[in-house]
Design a binder for this molecule. Structure first.
Ligand SMILES: [Ca+2]
Ligand SMILES: [Ca+2]
Ligand SMILES: [Ca+2]
Length: 497
């Protein structure tokens, strides 16, 4: 019998190795090459997690440094600790770091593991710098209420009670999209806001609330904390005959309460809400869009950057819509994370126009200053004197907060036609079908046009998504071919080859 290894067998072995590595890579969450590296290091007893090279002072955010300088002796400050490892290793690294933080009297309140590797809690002001010397800590953020909902705030008056929700439905062509048979059916809308009044009569269908899931990240809060979230929900799916929402046929709302009764939020509440949104969309089958009428104008703060990263992780899974902000008309006034982009993907950023289609004075203007893509806002929608649901009935409100759910509603209409559209697909279709006829830094590509967007949403060729199992099946097939080649001499002897 020949012992010589044939060339074909070497090729077979290479195929087995390639297929095996590909299968392992595809089976890991997110398929992150860094994680393979860390796993290999861990297997060989080498360094387990990356270590931060920043100095303790560099790690502490400027907003946190201000809070420390204001603090009384021994005062405990709310912080968000950002760890060094990629999120795929968040659970293990947090377990490793947490016992060490007892030395600094850190008191854990919440953790995120899907969209960011963070732990939030309280620490005495005079211990923050010592804690920052821990090498698993990349940054320490201030967890004060630096984010806010984006209605025209403080209220500038000029409140007119008109049936603008009807007008804006026509302005964006939503009624024409309904005539084509698309009302948002089958789509779940995730609203991270101040909560939706579950029992509002206009948010019931067949005696059941449109709120199909609710979770609060605001201590002690339930149902809603402020009228804002209910107003946003009504713009998307109010069932009222007079004030009907953009996508009244949606399956329902996922109500993530992350703003308090002032309409403000700390980073940890929002990170936790985005983390929960990610967990839901990756663990529960369905078609989703996320509507976010909030942000911060602390755009240079590390707190804003962490929120951008978290928002982009969600936008890699589902369409994510954000308000441009309400600090116009100056240039470069786009809020974070409405300015977020990464790897050619970006959140869908919405400006506000009035009933005549003119830009609202308060609507934040581009270009933005974060990331690589600076053409913000992306599109516009009605956002002046919009009548919609509030816990006590109906009220008019203005803001990019009101424009944003119009666009989330249009995306729900598009998804009811084509549930496989990604965030990128939705943005491209909205840009191509908007009324602007070109881009500008006030209204982006112009006012969204629902009927045209729904018609264009049938184009599945934009970014065809191949399910992960197809790649896994291909890698298994490569392994099988490799095995056959390795066994070729045996198969020849057996007369099978
Ligand atoms: Ca609620
Ligand atoms: Ca954008
Ligand atoms: Ca853009």
């Amino acid at each position: 019998m020949r012992m010589r290894i044939q060339t074909v067998q070497i090729i077979g072995l290479l195929l087995i190795a390639t297929g095996f590595i590909a299968f392992i890579y595809l089976s890991l969450p997110q398929g992150n090459i860094e994680v393979i590296g860390y796993n290999l290091q861990q297997a060989f007893g080498l360094q387990t997690f990356p270590l931060s090279s920043a100095t303790p002072e560099q790690k502490i955010s400027p907003l946190l440094q201000q809070a420390i300088s204001r603090a009384l002796p021994g005062e405990r400050i709310p912080v968000v600790i950002v760890l060094t490892a990629p999120k795929q290793m968040a659970v293990a690294q947090q377990q490793a770091l947490l016992p060490r933080l007892q030395a600094y009297q850190f008191q854990l309140v919440s953790q995120t593991i899907y969209v960011a590797n963070t732990m939030a809690g309280y620490v005495p002001a005079d211990k923050v710098e010592d804690m920052a010397s821990e090498e698993y800590i990349e940054k320490i953020l201030y967890d004060g209420k630096i984010f806010r909902v984006s209605w025209d705030w403080p209220w500038s008056g000029n409140k007119v009670r008109v049936s603008n929700l009807q007008q804006s439905i026509q302005q964006i062509g939503a009624d024409k999209a309904w005539q084509l048979g698309y009302t948002g059916q089958g789509v779940k809308v995730i609203i991270i806001d101040s909560g939706i009044a579950n029992n509002h009569p206009a948010l019931q269908r067949n005696g059941k609330s449109l709120v199909i899931y609710e979770e609060s990240f605001v201590p002690g809060a339930s149902d809603y904390t402020h009228w804002h979230g209910t107003h946003v929900a009504g713009i998307i799916a109010s069932q009222d005959a007079t004030y009907k929402g953009v996508a009244p046929g949606i399956e329902g709302f996922i109500d993530l309460i992350a703003f308090d009764s002032d309409g403000s939020a700390s980073p940890s509440w929002l990170l936790k809400a985005l983390d929960e949104a990610y967990r839901i969309v990756t663990s529960q089958p369905g078609t989703y869009v996320s509507s976010n009428s909030w942000g911060t104008d602390f755009v240079d703060a590390p707190e804003a950057e962490e929120m951008r990263m978290a928002a982009m992780n969600l936008a890699d899974k589902i369409p994510v819509v954000f308000a441009a902000g309400n600090t116009g008309p100056g240039t470069s006034t786009i809020w974070a994370p409405g300015d977020a982009d990464r790897n050619g993907n970006e959140v869908i950023t919405v400006a506000a126009v009035d009933t005549s289609g003119n830009i609202a004075t308060f609507s934040s203007r581009g270009p933005d200053t974060a990331g690589e893509e600076h053409n913000e806002p992306d599109v516009a929608a009605p956002g002046v004197n919009i009548m919609s649901t509030v816990p006590t009935g109906f009220e008019a409100a203005s803001g990019t907060s009101m424009a944003t759910p119009h666009v989330a509603g249009v995306i729900a209409l598009m998804l009811s036609k084509n549930p496989s559209l990604s965030n990128r697909d939705c943005l491209r279709v909205l840009e191509q079908t908007a009324s602007g006829g070109g881009f500008n830094y006030a209204t982006g590509y112009g006012i969204v046009q629902a009927d045209e967007a729904v018609q264009a949403a049938s184009q599945t060729f934009i970014t065809p998504t191949v399910p992960e199992w197809v790649y896994q099946a291909i890698s298994i097939a490569i392994i099988l071919v490799g095995i056959v080649l390795v066994l070729k001499p045996k198969l020849e002897v057996m007369g099978i080859w």
